[in-house]
Design a protein around this ligand. Structure first.
Ligand code: PMP
Ligand code: GLN
Length: 380
């Protein structure tokens, strides 16, 4: 049978590759981004209760109303923007499904979608699967700031969508208010849709604030904002998230959502609706991970790695150019096999796989794991 693949050039996921290698080698796994500690027992109990209480059948398409209501009030209290729970919020199967659905709903064959590189790996395959054309704009290699002139030059009359991600995976860089205003100005007067990946919205450090697109009316009115409970509540395996967008955009989003998944896991929605009512369950997250970042960086004192401290997310980039000229993929593999610490090479996320000699380390790990890892990294 002759098959025509929609994604001919897709390499195996680097997250799978490195996690499998880490397991095979018995290495400390700081590659794929997930915590190695347990979520709050109260959240687990709420999930167990929901199943025992009989919430085991389909939820409504957009998600259960109590969860949509509490998401709406969280966004309003944090960013001052009201999304109507009925028409403007959809609970999804992780942020990945929200991102894919948004792209499927709005990108037509031949449309261009601007993606800032390095980028999280799910955007480009989702664009290409719809016949869209990713237009890749590199971030500044040194500090991963946006070159807005380069960005502006990438906008054409074929640009249908722009994807941004703040706090940014893999760099840990956050967008400033000036970045947002710049973007708002560049998109003003166009029909370009903005897809904003904000899965690390609660993980921001050093007294900085998360600049959600929801705070900027000129952006919010053209945006779909995607979030992940997996990242916020240390439950990446639950694959629960949501999308918020103005009514006209959400209507199109839900048309695809309906025939993709129809609805997300019902009992987990019940648990999340309860748990999300207490803001202290997410407002302390920045401080929690800032301590982990600091522990990781303190542990690296005296090492040959160079870095700019991560501003958000639970990732830290390390520049190893004072250690070796090896390609980042080769060095990441050697570190895993010979030294027992797994990381993610950044070239896989870069335009043309450019290698700036950087590795990404996930610090969402127990104290003991971070100590063991940094003890090894200090000796390299
Ligand atoms: N976007 C970014 C930037 C991510 O790092 C991840 C990984 N959590 C996702 C989206 C996907 O989130 P989820 O696991 O909720 O699908
Ligand atoms: N978001 C996670 C990371 O960046 C990986 C998720 C996945 O394995 N696809 O590490």
């Amino acid at each position: 049978m002759a098959l025509r693949t929609k994604l001919p050039d897709l390499p195996p996921s680097i997250f799978t590759t490195m996690s499998v290698l880490a397991k095979e080698q018995g290495a400390i796994n700081l590659s794929q981004g997930f915590p190695n500690f347990d979520p709050d027992p109260q959240l687990l109990q709420l999930a167990a209760n929901a199943m025992q209480d009989g919430y085991n059948q389909y939820a409504p398409l957009g998600g259960i109303y109590p969860l949509r209501e509490v998401i709406s009030s969280k966004i309003e209290s944090l960013y001052g923007k009201y999304y109507h729970p009925e028409h403007e919020i959809t609970v999804t199967v992780g942020a990945t499904q929200a991102l894919f659905t948004a792209i499927a709903a709005f990108v037509w064959p031949g449309d261009e979608v601007i993606v800032l590189k390095p980028a999280y790996d799910c955007y480009e395959p989702s664009i290409i699967a719809q016949g869209g054309i990713p237009v890749l704009v590199p971030l500044e290699p040194k500090d991963h700031s946006v070159d807005w002139e380069l960005f502006s030059n990438a906008i054409s009359n074929k640009t249908r969508m722009v994807i941004i991600n703040t706090p940014h995976n893999p760099s840990g860089r956050i967008f400033s208010k000036e970045d947002m205003l710049q973007l708002q100005e560049l998109l003003a007067g166009t029909d370009i849709i903005l897809l904003s990946d904000e899965v690390y919205e609660h993980i921001v450090f050093d007294n900085q604030v998360h600049e959600s697109v929801s705070k900027f009316e000129g952006l919010a009115s053209r945006s779909l904002v995607c979030a992940s409970f997996g990242k916020t509540f240390h439950v990446t395996g639950w694959k629960m998230g949501y999308c918020a967008a103005p009514k006209e955009l959400m209507k199109e989003f839900q048309k695809i959502h309906e025939f993709n998944v129809f609805c997300a896991n019902h009992p987990l929605q019940r648990a999340l609706a309860q748990y999300l009512k207490a803001p202290e369950n997410y407002t302390g997250l920045g401080e929690f991970f800032e301590n982990k970042r600091d522990q990781f960086l303190e542990g690296l004192q005296g090492s040959k790695f160079r870095y700019i401290p991560s501003q958000g997310t639970y990732f830290q980039l390390l520049d190893y150019s004072d250690i070796t000229v090896e390609k980042d993929i080769d060095f990441a593999i050697r570190l895993t096999v010979e030294k027992g610490v797994a990381s993610i090479p950044i070239s896989v996320f870069n335009k043309d796989q450019t290698d700036h000699k950087m590795l990404r380390f996930c610090f969402a790990k127990k104290e003991d794991t971070l100590n063991k890892a940094t003890e090894i990294l200090r000796t390299i």
